[in-house]
Design a protein around this ligand. Sequence first.
Ligand code: FES
Length: 124
Amino acid sequence: MAFYSEKVMDHFANPRNVGEIKDADGVGEVGNPVCGDMMTFYIKVEDNKIKDVKFKTFGCGAAIAVSSMVSEMALGKTVDEVVKITNDDVAKSLGGLPPNKLHCSNLGADALHKAIEDYKNNKK
Ligand code: FES
């Protein structure tokens, strides 16, 4: 009965970086039109690096695990490095996701990239 990898279960049971950053430098929100789940990422950037990252996810277990993993992958990286994180990278870092749950991993990197876009727009 191994639908989910241990990593997915761990990030689902103990999600990292849950919350909101009130004075965030960038906010990215995406929704999944198929299931109606929502994910919002908040980032703080200093010296072009992600100094803090938090998320709020209203979604399935896989979406929560994905958010948690994305937040860990982003923390401490430069803005340019974060933009290169793909949905596929996220699913791989989680040890894979069941095929019918792969769409959930799409939200993660998308929300993060939107937060970066927002940050860049705010800077202008
Ligand atoms: Fe909606 Fe997973 S079922 S994100």
